[in-house]
Design a protein around this ligand. Structure first.
Ligand SMILES: [Zn+2]
Length: 297
């Protein structure tokens, strides 16, 4: 059975047909209608209807959707998404049920991603954390093989928890200084490198400069980003009492030594002696879209 899954991102939306092997059988991509949630969900419904009419063996009822938070995921209500401010207060669940025969299920993107990752790590553990570091930072938790998503699906909003007390950068979203997203994300690396070199520097270029070792201030800045990431992961090992973290997101696919440096730091500072704390770098493409297959199993 194929399921219709949609991943709404800040810039693009993908609607795909996914099978239980986490393969994308068909997909359509469009620019997210940032100013108009009605247009956005109308487009998603239209693609979904096309799939039910033109493909065999498609689940005709389920429409599984990952969308940026914070939302009340139990009903599909947008609460205050930083990149989709015009969606504030829009109830996607109501809209889809009124405009179609689909039954929508909503999750945040990291919750979808961890379900895809779980299919590949379950021979090793049933308890782990998924941490994504890309433009932003997000987290999800699987315990005893089950997704734990909190009272309204927002468990793991680590992006706006404080990691650097003496930071002088105020977050435009949460208004605090030194929150995770503004200290260790890809966007943060780019912002910090741009300030050092006094020109626009992409995340990719900043990491290349670090790898070359040609600019001491950039080296020190990225060393600090790595230390903060090690501390965040050690916090997560302790708070959730897990031995495994899977790291996803574009920045973790770079040459930065996330796996070895986090494991080494955690081994040194984790309180329970002789624990085997493991970090795995995700090797899945499109884990958000494909993981949606499993949200209503
Ligand atoms: Zn913040």
């Amino acid at each position: 059975m194929l399921k219709i899954c949609a991943d709404i991102g800040g810039t693009k939306t993908i609607v795909g047909l996914i099978n239980d092997q986490l393969e994308i059988i068909e997909s359509r991509k469009f620019e997210t209608f940032k100013e108009d949630p009605i247009q956005e969900f109308t487009e998603i419904i239209n693609i979904a209807k096309y799939y039910t009419n033109h493909f065999e063996n498609v689940d005709q009822i389920s429409l599984n959707i990952a969308m940026p938070g914070p939302c009340d995921y139990t009903q599909g209500l947008f609460l205050n998404p930083p990149n989709l401010q015009t969606y504030n207060g829009f109830n996607a669940g109501e809209y889809i049920e009124n405009q179609s025969t689909f039954e929508p299920y909503f999750v945040n993107d990291t919750d979808a991603a961890i379900l895809a990752e779980y299919q590949y790590i379950k021979h090793q553990t049933e308890n782990f954390i998924y941490l994504t570091i890309s433009t932003g930072v997000g987290m999800a938790f699987v315990r005893k093989g089950e997704l734990i998503s909190g009272v309204d699906g927002n468990l793991g909003e680590v992006g706006h928890t404080i990691i650097k007390n003496d930071s002088d950068y105020q977050c435009p979203v949460c208004k605090q200084y030194g929150c995770v997203e503004n200290e260790i994300s890809g966007l943060a690396i780019s912002r910090k490198a741009s300030a050092i070199l006094n020109r626009q520097v992409s995340t990719k270029e900043a990491i290349e400069i670090y790898v070359k070792g040609s600019q001491s201030e950039v080296t020190a800045m990225i060393e600090e980003v790595l230390t903060l990431t090690q501390q965040l992961c050690t916090n997560l090992f302790s708070i959730f009492n897990v031995n495994d973290i899977v790291l996803g997101g574009g920045v973790t696919q770079s040459a930065l030594p996330y796996k070895t440096s986090i494991e080494a730091y955690a081994e040194q500072h984790y309180l329970i002696p002789n624990s085997t704390l493991k970090v795995k770098i995700s090797d899945l493409d499109a884990n958000v879209l494909t993981g949606l297959y499993y949200i209503n199993e």
